[in-house]
Design a protein around this ligand. Structure first.
Ligand code: OOG
Ligand code: MG
Length: 257
């Protein structure tokens, strides 16, 4: 069996030093999905040893648009830490990433823990607030190509995220228009309905999948529901904004070259 600690170091170093690596599945590491989640946990443990701490989870492949773009069909999850948060209106530097992309999402803030099998309505009862958000994903694999265990081991491409204004938890979020612009030009247009018909289903999915791995969603954590549209590659100097109906806007810019 492959040494999972050794693989965790490979993916952690790739993220830490923003260096592309070949896909694990093409370099002799054929992980099961369960082993891939174990690698993810071990790689995040290395970040915690460096002083980071977990602040939530993010869901992946919760919309058709994302599944089609990446050619994978199964819902996955990754871990968010405190250092991944970029302030609303902030700036990132492409030098800190391999080949980052951005996607429009809905973010939940939890006031109560959530664990195991819960309905979307029960999941919403644990929500303190909802916000429009942008996720910056950055696969550490060359050419942004991977299979399911590869991407799970790589913390599901998690890199940074930006959260907009927090809104009341009773806001109807089942079908809100979302427009992502680059320098004012729309690059992706969609709806929160693209996320499993209702983003609360992604939250319920998070509670279930995290419980399958022996954990739970904690009070005070954030949960990113997954991209509502395909992701767009970031370029030097671009100003990215998400305008989400009723929720408001969130934005950041990329440092010019
Ligand atoms: C994997 C991460 C997927 C989402 O929102 O669907 C994800 C990837 O596309 O690189 O974050
Ligand atoms: Mg995402």
């Amino acid at each position: 069996m492959a040494d999972l600690e050794e693989i965790a170091k490979i993916v952690d170093d790739a993220a830490r030093y923003a260096t592309a690596i070949p896909q694990l599945s093409e370099t002799g590491y054929d992980l099961t999905l369960e082993e891939a989640y174990e690698v993810q946990a071990l790689s995040l443990a290395r970040r915690y040893e460096r002083g980071e701490h977990q602040v939530g989870v993010k869901m992946g492949f919760t919309s058709r648009a994302k599944m089609v773009q990446m050619g994978l069909e199964e819902m996955i999850w990754g871990r968010l830490t405190n250092t991944m948060l970029i302030e609303d209106g902030g700036e990132i530097d492409l030098a800190d990433y391999v080949h980052p992309r951005v996607e429009p999402e809905v973010c939940f803030l939890l006031k109560r823990p959530l664990e195991g099998i819960v309905s979307p309505a029960q999941a919403l009862e644990a929500v303190e607030a909802v916000a429009p958000a942008l996720e910056i994903i950055d696969s550490r694999y060359e050419n942004f190509k991977f299979n399911l265990p590869d991407v799970v081991a790589d913390n599901t491409s998690t890199s940074s995220y930006v959260v907009g204004p927090w809104c009341r938890p009773d806001l109807e979020i089942d079908n809100l228009g979302m427009v992502m612009t680059f320098d004012g030009e729309p690059v992706q247009i969609g709806s929160s309905a693209a996320v499993l018909g209702h983003p609360a289903r992604a939250l319920a999915g998070a509670a279930r999948l995290v419980a399958e791995a022996g954990g739970r969603l904690e009070a005070g954590w954030v949960v990113m529901a997954g991209g509502a549209t395909a992701a767009e590659a970031l370029t030097p100097g671009v100003r990215v904004r998400l305008e989400a109906e009723k929720m408001g806007r969130v934005n950041f810019s990329v440092k010019a070259a």
